[in-house]
Structures are given as structure tokens and as C-alpha cells.
Design a protein around this ligand. Structure first.
Ligand code: CDP
Length: 217
């Protein structure tokens, strides 16, 4: 039977890297829910209609976010624009938690996410997957790592994309986003009691993938 796998955790814990590799091994679809909130944030900036909550909600109402396969790769679309790379800029990262705390935005994204998972065979990562989007998921994992390690991973990822940010700034950005995500009123980042806690500090990608595969049993 095809399972549903929910992976939650704070920023920079390696969720997307691990979820993508696990999905490949299982022959499942990888659903990056953070990318969907990022696509909304990108559209808000691109539209230039301002970043008040009202303006964000209006933009989100009109926008169609989708994940589409292009060859073997899942790409993120805001209407018909491929925003897969555009949603990883520091500007989008700075806005995304404000976008993601708005009820109407979340309702729209969660409906899409549940639709994509309805037949199983998915690995979905985010903040509220086990607690809200897929409370009946077969496998629930809470992936984390120390703040130092998460900042270092983000620094390497950004450097590979040509951004040279001091590591202290990245650590501060991650901590601020974790705080916003954990303290928001609607579907905050939380570890549900039944989720397996996986602290990946000091672990290699292969080691984490092997552990998650074991949990998917
Ligand atoms: O990759 P990174 O850890 O930086 O974050 P992400 O997974 O791309 O998610 C970006 C942001 O979207 C998070 O900081 C949350 O504010 C929001 N998010 C959310 O609220 N709920 C989700 N299920 C996924 C992401």
C-alpha cells in the first residue's frame, strides 16, 4: 500500500533534501509545501501591491499555485510562471512567514496539499503536515538540528547560488522565522507527540535518508 509520509521541522533542518531523496527511493511524489507559501510571497513582491495583510490575501486569492512535473523534476508555478528558482531569494525568505500566518492563505494551500495527497504515495514536508494537513499520515517525522548546523547548511546552500551572507545573519534569520512559525495563531510549527524526533546534527545526508527509510518500513 502506498503510504503518506509527513516530515515537519524548523527552517534549514534539511527537510526538502531528505524528503526529495526518500520520495525518489520509494517512487513517491515529493510535495514541498514551503515552496507553495514561497510562491505566494514571490507573487506579492512581483505584483508590487504592497505587503499589508489585506494586499497579501487579495494577491493569494487570485493566484494559482501548482507543483508540476517537468521531466523527473517537480517545479513550482505561480499561475503560468515557473518560479522554482525565484522563490529562494532572501527577499522571498524575509516575507514568507508573514504570508504563511494568514488564515485565508493557509486554507487555500492546505486544500491543494490534501488534494495532492489523497491517493497516498507522497512525502510531504512543512511545518503543520502531521498536526493539520495530514493528521492521519502513516509516518510522521520531526526533523531538526542545532541552530549552528542549520545556519551552516543554509550558508552553503546560499553560497552555491551566488549569495554571500554572513553566517550570523543567516542564523538570526532562521531563529526569527522559527519564532514566527512556532508562535503564530494558526497551525504553528509543532511536534505532535506521535512523531519520531530525528536530530540530524552531525549526521550525513545518507545517514538521515537511511534512518527515514527505516521509519517508512
Ligand atoms: O526551506 P526552509 O526551511 O527555509 O523553509 P520552507 O520549507 O521553504 O518554508 C518557508 C516558510 O513557509 C516557513 O518559514 C513557514 O513560514 C512557511 N510554511 C508554513 O507555514 N507551513 C508549511 N507547511 C510550510 C512552510
Amino acid at each position: 500500500m502506498k503510504k503518506t509520509v509527513a516530515i515537519d521541522g524548523p527552517a534549514g533542518a534539511g527537510k526538502s533534501t531528505i524528503a526529495k531523496l526518500v520520495a525518489e527511493k520509494l517512487g513517491y511524489i515529493y510535495i514541498d509545501t514551503g515552496a507553495m507559501y514561497r510562491a505566494v510571497a514571490w507573487k506579492v513582491l512581483d505584483t508590487g501591491a504592497g505587503t499589508t495583510d489585506e494586499a497579501i490575501i487579495r494577491t493569494a486569492e487570485k493566484l494559482h499555485v501548482s507543483l508540476r512535473f517537468v521531466g523527473d523534476n517537480v517545479r513550482v508555478f505561480a499561475d503560468d510562471t515557473d518560479v522554482t528558482e525565484k522563490i529562494r531569494t532572501p527577499e522571498v525568505t524575509a516575507l514568507v512567514s508573514q504570508v504563511a500566518q494568514l488564515g485565508p492563505v493557509r486554507e487555500k494551500m492546505v486544500e491543494l496539499q490534501r488534494g495532492m495527497a489523497k491517493d497516498g504515495g507522497v512525502v510531504m514536508d512543512g511545518r503543520d503536515i502531521a498536526s493539520n494537513v495530514l493528521p492521519n499520515a502513516d509516518v510522521k517525522i520531526f526533523l531538526t538540528a542545532s541552530i549552528e548546523e542549520r545556519a551552516l547548511r543554509r550558508w552553503k546552500e546560499m553560497k552555491a547560488k551566488g549569495y554571500e551572507e554572513p553566517i550570523e545573519n543567516l542564523a538570526a534569520e532562521i531563529e526569527a522565522r522559527d519564532k514566527a512559525d512556532s508562535e503564530r495563531a494558526i497551525s504553528p510549527l509543532v511536534r505532535v507527540p506521535e512523531a519520531t524526533l530525528l536530530d540530524t546534527t552531525g549526521m550525513t545526508i545518507d545517514e538521515v535518508v537511511a534512518k527515514v527509510m527505516e521509519l517508512c518500513g
